[in-house]
Design a protein around this ligand. Structure first.
Ligand SMILES: Cc1cc2nc3c(=O)[nH]c(=O)nc-3n(C[C@H](O)[C@H](O)[C@H](O)COP(=O)(O)OP(=O)(O)OC[C@H]3O[C@@H](n4cnc5c(N)ncnc54)[C@H](O)[C@@H]3O)c2cc1C
Length: 460
């Protein structure tokens, strides 16, 4: 319970309209897109300027209130489930695109800017911001940076980290810290940008982001390769990469996901296919066409039964719209949807796909698999009902089996969704004890009272 005098102080700093403490408000911010029990915060604050954000952080710290920053709350690892009676700091009013610099090719934004809005504004100037999480229509750039989000174009263009040139963030005392710069190169001081990207709100609160932009590709070619055996599709993924061709996007969908998406969106997906690869090449027209031909013939050699090349922008958009709908379509089928993002070296994709099929049979669970196969990042999605305790036990066992397999193949627990609360107990399995202890020492030094998004990533 927040004392009345403190509530008034927050209202004075932020304006009454930006301080929420009614039960319905608290409920709204008690959960996110991960499958975890909701936790009621004590207060929700919506700073409208970075100065107000800094003052709010300072006041929280002085009063030992834990703080959970929230962008759009779309993370899938429990990163925005608040601490009980803690404070939720909303960034949705910090949504200004401060600058798009065409000459030096960078953008400067506040953390609450929605990813797709920024990408659209940049594209209108003939520039390109590639990271495109499936949630880009609602996710925020602050959330993307704090999760080191990936997306469909990760294979060729990398993830959010590859585009963060600099940050301004607030430490736990509300003091401004600057890292990086507007220059292409910057070797000044510790690489605090690297520390902050993917820190999930546990080390500081991001207030301003400088993002690298690149020239917009001149040409694109999208295609759908259809397979009647899952193993052939997954082998084609490794086959394409082995030929040293790097498509912008190389996505996989299994039959269950294809049927579910088609049922939901009616875009004309081949519902009898065992699996699909959705592939896009971009760049200079001649190179794109040459690579597209090579990929097409490779897929044929690998046993594709049909290849549909998008004839125009509408057909291309249909393909990608269908892919972006995968999670929403699957989520309609059952009350609980657990989406994992264990990632393996891409040559191991065929083995991982096989293992997922085995896990689905072994634990008698419905698992739809889709995802960024080209960068080894599949999203096995378990459809279940958490209220069914017996089934839920099997779900937990299956999740553990997925992680064990990914690690055994030299992979990682999370390609892009972060660790949050949901996976912190598995962290040591991948990194070893010393890494967890080292990370905890960093956390303790920067946040001695453990009030910045406590419990996330490193547990405790
Ligand atoms: C349908 C769907 C599709 C998705 N597809 C993808 C995908 O393709 N790739 C991918 O990587 N992810 C994907 N995600 C997951 C999610 O969208 C990403 O993790 C995204 O980066 C979260 O952004 P957000 O604004 O919702 O952040 P939130 O969920 O609000 O926050 C995420 C984390 O960042 C912290 N945070 C937020 N803002 C700040 C800040 N200003 N300072 C410090 N910490 C902050 C929060 O405390 C939290 O720990 C998907 C999710 C859904 C629901």
């Amino acid at each position: 319970m927040i004392p009345r005098t403190l509530l008034k102080e927050f209202q004075r700093i932020l304006g009454r309209e930006n301080v929420f403490h009614e039960k319905t408000d608290l409920l709204t911010y008690s959960y996110d897109a991960a499958v975890l029990e909701p936790v009621l915060p004590g207060l929700v604050l919506r700073p409208t300027t970075c100065e107000a954000l800094s003052s709010a952080i300072r006041l929280c710290n002085e009063n030992n209130l834990s703080m959970t920053v929230r962008g759009a709350g779309t993370n899938l690892s429990g990163g925005t489930v608040p601490a009980e009676d803690g404070v939720v700091l909303l960034t949705n009013a910090l949504n200004r695109i401060i600058e798009i610099n065409e000459e030096d090719m960078y953008g400067v934004v506040e953390p609450g800017v929605v990813t797709a809005r920024f990408a659209g504004a940049v594209e209108a100037k003939g520039l390109f911001y590639p990271p495109d999480p499936g949630s880009q229509a609602v996710s925020t750039l602050g959330g993307n940076v704090a999760e080191n989000a990936g997306g469909l174009r990760g294979l060729k263009y990398g993830v959010t980290l590859d585009y963060v040139m600099g940050l301004q963030f607030f430490d736990v005392n509300g003091e401004l810290v600057k890292t990086g710069s507007r220059t292409v190169k910057c070797a000044t001081g510790y690489n605090l940008t690297g520390l902050m990207v993917g820190s999930e709100g546990t080390l500081g609160v991001i207030g301003e982001i400088i993002l690298k932009l690149i020239p917009l590709p001149q040409h694109r070619r999208s295609m759908m390769a259809i397979f009647d055996e899952v193993s052939r599709a997954s082998e084609a993924v490794s086959g394409i990469i082995a030929q040293r061709i790097i498509p912008a996007t190389l996505e996989f969908m299994d039959n269950f996901t294809i049927r579910t998406v088609e049922d939901y969106s009616h875009v004309g997906l081949p519902i009898d296919a065992a699996a699909l690869l959705l592939i896009e090449m971009d760049g200079y027209p001649a190179q794109v066409e040459e690579d597209a031909e090579k990929v097409e013939s490779l897929c044929q050699q690998m046993g594709a039964t049909d290849i549909r090349v998008a004839k125009d922008a509408k057909e291309r958009d249909n393909i990608w719209e269908a892919r972006r709908m995968a999670l929403s379509a699957l989520a309609k089928l059952k009350p609980t949807v657990v989406l994992e993002d264990a990632t393996v070296p891409r040559s191991k994709i065929p083995e991982m796909v096989q293992a997922l099929q085995k896990i689905s049979r072994e634990f008698d669970l419905t698992i739809g698999t889709f995802g960024h196969a080209g960068d080894g990042n599949l999203h096995p999605t378990i459809l279940t009902d958490r209220r069914n305790r017996e089934e839920w036990k099997r779900v937990e066992a299956a999740i553990k089996a997925i992680f064990d397999k990914a690690l055994a193949l030299g992979g990682t627990l999370s390609g892009e969704h972060g660790i949050g609360l949901a996976k912190s107990r598995f962290l040591e399995k991948e990194t070893g004890r010393n890494t967890v202890l080292y990370s905890r020492r960093i956390k303790k030094a920067l946040d001695p009272k453990n009030i910045l998004n406590p419990g996330k990533v490193i547990g405790g």
